[in-house]
Design a protein around this ligand. Structure first.
Ligand SMILES: [Zn+2]
Length: 290
């Protein structure tokens, strides 16, 4: 059965995705042309040019070959997969294996990155990778806009004067970084939540997997976030919008929302959205007489 993705707008961004622990996680931002994790590659992510894969667990990475092959099938440009540099050669091997099985090659651009490395997305937009705490080779990603602002000392100059200054090789602009979206993937609490481009992003996408008191040990063992950790994490975050995913099926989503509200400040509750919290399906009215 195809994945029934959720579509919603959080802050400035339309989100298309699906995220349940151990089953499938993929979260796409079509306006930014970026998808975080492949899940099982629902068709909605295929048109997105850049796929950032946070780590190698199957529920996040299984869709990589299908995403690449579907792009080849519809004749669009090769998909670009950004993944930890230690995993990138394995993805290349996997695609080589698939080309033997299928009898043709699905072209791909596989970019290996490590903590602190950047990949340009557009002229004014970049992707920055950073280490998170979820076993080996796990990365988070931030999408950062670079904006150029006229230095205040040149604010009263006319256009032609500014052109002249530029011609003289004088730098008239400051460059500032505006973090738009941060995705930390699967991770326990760690110093990545204190990075400026993570804690100040307009939208932070993070996991909160476990909610029941008896799941604390499970969260620690799997390096996941338990709702109890949110009390320590949230006061450090300045994000106006936080999207939570990767909730376990062991806890009903309505119960998870209630438990979260009991654990955190009401002001924090206002900035949190659960990805999988979708409106109930509208039932078709029954045909009369049946
Ligand atoms: Zn994982």
């Amino acid at each position: 059965m195809p994945t029934r993705v959720v579509q919603k707008t959080v802050g400035d961004y339309a989100i298309v995705g699906y995220s349940l622990a151990g089953e499938e996680t993929t979260i796409a931002l079509p306006e930014l042309n970026v998808c975080f994790d492949a899940g099982r590659a629902p068709r909605e992510i295929v048109p997105i040019d850049t796929l950032c894969v946070s780590h190698g667990h199957m529920d996040h990475a299984a869709g990589i070959p299908y995403y690449l092959s579907q792009r080849s099938f519809i004749g669009t440009s090769p998909g670009r997969v950004v993944i930890h540099q230690r995993l990138a050669p394995h993805v290349a091997e996997l695609m080589a294996c698939w080309s033997k099985i299928e009898g043709h090659e699905s072209p791909a651009e596989i970019i290996g990155v490590s903590d602190g490395q950047e990949v340009p997305l557009r002229r004014d937009l970049l992707l920055r990778a950073y280490a998170v705490r979820h076993g080996a080779f796990a990365l988070g990603f931030s999408i950062i806009e670079r904006r150029h602002k006229l230095k205040p000392e040149y604010a009263d100059r006319t256009g032609p004067q500014l052109v002249e200054l530029k011609k003289q090789g004088i730098s008239i602009q400051n460059t500032i970084e505006v973090p738009l979206v941060a995705y930390v993937g699967d991770t326990a609490d760690g110093p990545h939540f204190d990075l400026d481009h993570v804690r100040n992003a307009h939208l932070l996408i993070m996991e909160c997997t476990f909610f029941d008191p008896e799941h604390v040990v499970r969260a620690q063992a799997g390096k996941h976030i338990h709702v109890r950790d949110m009390r320590k994490i949230l006061p450090r975050l300045r994000n106006p919008h936080i999207l939570l995913g990767h909730v376990t099926r062991r806890t009903d989503l309505r119960a998870a929302k209630r438990i979260l509200q009991n654990h955190i400040d009401p002001v924090d509750a206002e900035r949190i959205t659960f990805l999988m919290d979708r409106p109930p399906r509208v039932r078709k009215p029954e045909a009369p007489g049946i």
